[in-house]
Design a protein around this ligand. Structure first.
Ligand code: FEO
Length: 400
């Protein structure tokens, strides 16, 4: 492994020494279609400092990259910005291998590292505390619940560089280390997917964190997250994207998510979709036969309407639709209008269940969606089409 992996220079004194996970496709329920990276950074200050570590199983790669610039045993400090296993999973082994002088984390990080990984003697840094690295200075900024209670970011003053842990990241494997080396539409799509699937339910905390960073008035020339590429041009853009996504601004776009047993619910979904499109609404029809729940969540990042269709099976919501609805409920999209539709053979159940879930999600109901018995008639399909038109008009009224 040694010599085959190199560090990547970020500034004169900062190197990326993380790992690339080309193969991962599931990240707590999120389809990581393009893999990810676990970013760790080496600061070659007087006190040589390692910022975060990598997921268990990737430490050899990280050590090899570190060794390409410095003997890993010369590391004095480790700063753990976040204790989720994708960043702290290898930390205990790393500490054992290099025996650093000190490990730092937020107060909640100290607790989490002790309780979850058995890592003791971690020194807590308070919100706003400065940590001298000799010729350089780090400031810790707590960003609780972005992504976990322990989360903090660290600002390296001399390099105007923010180690932002999960924030401003994305799940995207690649040999390009900087966002400006990648395609813009790809970055926009993966950054949005990451926000929609990870940070959306924590939007209030994101708003606070962005305000906190803005109030500090620190120049952000470089943002170095724990996943995906490093931002070194126009960093304000990803910060303002976060501020906007956290506001959960809706648009006149509709997501029709459904599954089907014998094509009845699918025919209804397609008729609704035609009605929406005829009204000029950007419409995404997403069959759970072929779509992943995390792609539905991504489409919901800016959608104004969620229309959900399922057949009834054994008095319950069809399982694939129950799955995506449970996932969406946890992500807490706000300010959405919506309705449930579907078909059943005798007793029903899916419609009731879905309406109840939509209510729990505070989705504002729109009347007129149908539950049909067995298969929709032409007249019922026309009513589905008209329902789509009604939703379209409602979306236009609100966000058109
Ligand atoms: Fe990338 Fe919340 O861990």
């Amino acid at each position: 492994m040694k010599d085959a992996f190199k560090a990547v220079k970020v500034t004169d004194k900062v190197y990326w020494v993380g790992a690339i996970d080309w193969a991962v496709r599931d990240f707590h329920g999120y389809l990581t279609s393009r893999g990810t990276t676990y970013n760790a950074y080496l600061v070659l200050s007087e006190k040589v400092t390692l910022m975060d570590t990598v997921k268990s199983g990737f430490a050899d790669e990280m050590f090899a990259r570190i060794a390409s610039v410095i003997d890993p045993r010369r590391i004095d400090y480790i700063v753990s910005n976040h204790s989720e296993p994708d960043h702290a999973g290898s930390l205990a082994g790393v500490i054992k291998a290099i025996e650093p002088e000190q490990v730092f984390a937020s107060k909640m990080g100290v607790k989490a590292l002790g309780e979850n990984f058995g890592i003791e003697n971690v020194q807590a840094v308070a919100d706003g505390q400065e940590l001298s690295l000799g010729d350089r200075k780090l400031t810790a900024v707590e960003t609780r619940m972005c992504h976990w209670p322990d989360s903090m970011v660290s600002y390296l003053h001399e390099d105007k560089l923010l180690f932002s842990q999960d924030a401003f990241g994305m799940h995207l494997a690649g040999y390009e280390r900087f966002a400006d080396e990648m395609d813009e539409p790809l970055l926009a799509s993966e950054a949005g997917k990451y926000y929609a699937n990870i940070l959306l339910p924590l939007s209030a905390s994101v708003t606070k964190a962005v305000a906190k960073l803005t109030e500090l008035g620190i120049p952000l020339e470089i943002i170095a997250p724990d996943h995906g590429p490093i931002w070194r041009r126009d960093t304000g853009r990803i910060v303002s994207d976060y501020a906007r996504w956290a506001r959960q601004e809706r648009t006149d776009k509709a997501v029709v998510v459904y599954d089907t047993m014998w094509s009845s619910t699918e025919r209804m979904a397609r008729a609704i979709g035609e009605g929406l499109a005829a009204g000029g609404t950007r419409t995404r029809l997403m069959s759970m036969h072929g779509c992943h729940r995390s792609d539905v969540a991504t489409e919901m990042l800016d959608a104004g309407a969620l229309l959900v269709g399922a057949p009834t099976i054994n008095n319950q919501i069809f399982p694939t639709v129950a799955d995506v609805m449970t996932y969406l409920k946890g992500l807490r999209p706000l300010g959405v209008i919506g309705a449930a539709f579907g078909s059943y053979g005798w007793g029903g159940g899916a419609g009731r269940g879905l309406r109840s879930m939509l209510e729990e999600m505070h989705v504002e109901p729109i009347d007129g969606a149908l539950d049909v018995v067995y298969a929709p008639t032409d007249e019922q399909l026309l009513r589905c089409y008209e329902f789509g038109q009604r939703v379209s008009a409602e979306l236009k009224k609100r966000w058109g």
